[in-house]
Ligand binder design. Structure first.
Ligand code: FAD
Ligand code: NDP
Length: 639
């Protein structure tokens, strides 16, 4: 019947989600014995105590729920296990979804090496496509990493800590207008670091306005923002980081080649340096960590006159009036800081803001940005970019097609000084010769390399990490092209490749923040995804609109004061918080703190029992009592 099926499904879920799954009872000495043995062998396992429901709080709640609703007699999970395995005792153990048995059989399997083989099958047993090998007796390197960005550097340094011979290649192909940069990849040179510093530049501009209500003298009207000074300070800092990375590789003994790598055969690479000099190297294992680069819309004049984020952060001239094309992370962040430092900005949105994110939050960001003066044009798609006047900046005309609310199509143009295309990114896989060595990329997903647990689906000794992977274990639709994700994946992969580690990257509950003028931090499910996965009856949403205290006395913030907002999406059955969203000043810092709680499976009760720090924006998440379903006002009153 339905209950039986639900229990069987739950058992299946545990087995599939955990490499080593132990169904146990807290008082059982055999359960303790087998767990101790696994611990001594440094093998990670997951266990649930069928009598006590385990130590994990969220799981505890989940199982309590099962108790109340399904378990009149208390051990239907065990019945489901008996049905599955015909074993009526605990521990009942599964490794990589194979039923091992009880304590004795597992200890035997540990001793014989079967457990290790199941967890780490020899290359020959892995189900890979057969690929012609180079037939080499020895290799120049134990590991070659292609790409010295966030993931590649982390992976190569970690591999070196196991005394492996490691080479990392990093080469930046100039943008169409000739911008290039040093070692460290996207984050350091043309991503997180300069972006966050420019975001800070724009926040400082706001604080200067705030200062008047805090008693500082009126602003000097002549005070201006200097683009060139900001670029100089940021680029100087970036150069120091480039230098630090080179020194770090040298001191750790990782060979660094400032060359472009491409495959000649599955273990052999051709390296080409900036002078065109070539050489060949071989590697036993190869990690592809080539990241991605911005796309152009493929319209007349795009590459000749337009720029992307790859150019913006070191642009030698003030961009002036800028049209930003695109409506995701990069587009909204860049538009936000350009406006914040006083440049006129218009945003061409093809469809919606921040696809993939919670759409209530996305529209709140849009409202905030429009209120402070940015102009959004929806359903507008560029068709041609024309140069009206050369210069730095020159004058450009961006022709576009727009679907009006009436359904009519309008063709028109907008003049500006700079057009920034921020319409997504593609993995740098097209010139690696991957097709020649039998590696498939997913053309529908930015030409990313198909992987499972960062290992290529096609070749067992080839791995990939970071922005260039189409990873099967990632939750669908999550934006996970993030620096800390690439770093952790690289470090864990190196440990798995060169030590006995079996710890895998966990792509769930990855926190992220969009650094728009009001920051937006998120973890877990969006409201849309939670509704479609769990159903309206099974989730409750708690929310609050609040005024950041620091803004409360600033008159120039009057129109946006009440726009800070937070919400928690809660699974009603388990009380577990499955979605965390906050729109406020410093949301990045707030979200990072709560990410730990979310990882540990925090429930709404845990949030409520957490003592807030007063007066902060973050404390609002500990006092949420208004549910969306009640229809009551979310506006917070008083302290
Ligand atoms: P990358 O860092 O891109 O490194 C790849 C390296 O490989 C590059 O140096 C590339 O030139 C080199 N390469 C490519 N092909 C070859 C080859 N054939 N031979 C040799 N070298 C090669 N993430 C965050 O977490 N927080 C943020 O705030 C944030 N802001 C961002 C802002 C912007 C504007 C952008 C574009 C990205 C931002 N990201 C942010 C995303 C983050 O930068 C990336 O997720 C991260 O850099 C990915 O690291 P990676 O190692 O996969 O690739
Ligand atoms: P995305 O792929 O997330 O978004 C692309 C945007 O461009 C969408 O709004 C899309 O619209 C629009 N678009 C695509 N093609 C066209 C076109 N031809 N004409 C007009 N608009 C178009 O890319 P991003 O570059 O913003 O971000 C890439 C990744 O980088 C993110 O997923 C994120 O992981 C990472 N990143 C992280 C940051 C952070 O942590 N703060 C900051 C910046 C980037 P539509 O919705 O209609 O498809």
């Amino acid at each position: 019947d339905a209950d039986e099926k639900a229990n069987a499904n739950l058992v299946e879920k545990y087995i599939v989600e955990n490499d080593v799954m132990i169904f146990s009872k807290s008082w059982c000495p055999y359960c303790t014995k087998v767990k101790d043995a696994l611990r001594s062998a440094k093998i990670e396992f997951y266990s649930i105590e069928l009598d006590k429901m385990g130590r994990d709080l969220s799981l505890f709640k989940l199982l309590i729920y099962i108790f109340i609703y399904y378990l009149a007699e208390g051990d239907q999970i065990q019945n489901a296990l008996i049905n599955k395995t015909e074993q009526d005792t605990v521990p009942n153990i599964f490794i990589k979804q194979q039923h091992i048995g009880g304590c004795d059989k597992t200890l035997e399997a540990l001793k014989s090496g079967r457990v290790a083989t199941l967890l780490n099958p020899p290359e020959s047993e892995k189900k890979h496509k057969k690929v012609e090998n180079d037939d080499l007796d020895s290799y120049d390197y134990d590991l070659i990493v292609i790409g010295g960005g966030s993931g590649g550097l982390a992976c190569s340094k970690e591999a070196r800590s196991f005394e492996k011979k490691v080479c990392v290649l990093d080469f930046v192909k100039p943008t169409p207008i000739g911008t290039t940069w040093g070692l460290g990849g996207t984050c350091v040179n043309v991503g997180c670091i300069p972006k966050k510093l420019m975001h800070q530049a724009s926040l400082i501009g706001e604080y200067v306005h705030d200062s008047v209500d805090y008693g500082w003298s009126q602003l000097d009207q002549a005070r201006q923002h200097s683009w060139s000074k900001m670029i100089e300070s940021i680029q100087q800092y970036i150069r120091s980081l480039n230098f630090k990375y080179r020194v770090d590789l040298r001191s750790k003994g990782v060979t660094y080649e400032n060359s472009y790598g491409e495959f000649l055969s599955p273990h052999r690479l051709k390296l080409t340096d900036k002078k065109g000099k070539t050489k060949e190297i071989t590697g036993e294992k190869i990690v592809v960590a080539v990241g991605g680069r911005p796309k152009y819309p493929d319209i007349e004049g795009d590459q000749q006159y337009g720029i992307t984020s790859d150019d913006l952060f070191s642009l030698k001239y003030d961009p002036g009036k800028t049209i930003v094309v695109g409506a995701s992370y990069v587009a909204l962040e860049c538009a936000g800081f350009l406006h914040g430092i006083g440049r006129e900005v218009q945003i061409f949105v093809r469809s919606i803001l921040l696809r993939g994110f919670d759409q209530q939050m996305a529209s709140k960001i849009g409202d905030y940005m429009s209120t402070i003066g940015m102009k959004f044009h929806y359903q507008r798609i560029p068709t041609r970019l024309e140069c009206l006047e050369e210069g730095k900046p020159g004058k450009l005309r961006l022709h576009y097609r727009q679907t009006l609310e009436s359904g009519e199509i309008e063709e028109s143009y907008e003049d500006c000084n700079t057009v920034l295309f921020a319409i997504g990114r593609e993995a740098c896989t097209n010139e690696l010769n991957l097709d020649k060595i039998g590696i498939e990329v997913n053309k529908a997903n930015g030409f990313k390399i198909k992987t499972k647990e960062e290992q290529s689906i096609d070749i067992p000794w080839l791995y990939a990490i970071g922005d260039c992977i189409d990873e099967q274990t990632m939750p669908p639709g999550q934006p996970l092209e993030l620096t800390p994700v690439a770093i952790q994946a690289g470090q864990l992969l190196a440990k798995r490749m060169f030590s006995n580690s079996t710890i895998k990257m966990d792509y769930y509950n990855v926190p992220t923040t969009v650094f728009t003028p009001i920051e937006y931090g998120a973890i877990g499910y969006s409201e849309e995804d939670a509704l479609s996965k769990f159903g309206e009856d099974n989730i409750e949403i708690f929310h609050s609109e609040f005024v950041p205290l620091e803004w409360s006395i600033c008159h120039h913030r009057d129109q946006v004061k009440t726009m800070s907002y937070c919400k928690l999406i809660v699974d009603k059955n388990t009380d577990r918080v499955i979605g965390f969203h906050v729109l406020s000043p410093n949301a990045g810092e707030i979200t990072q703190g709560y990410a730990l709680g979310m990882r540990l499976g925090a429930t709404k009760n845990d949030f409520d029992m957490t003592i807030g720090i007063h007066p902060t924006c973050a404390e609002n998440l500990t006092t949420l009592s208004v549910t969306k379903s009640s229809g009551d006002s979310a506006a917070q009153e008083g302290c």
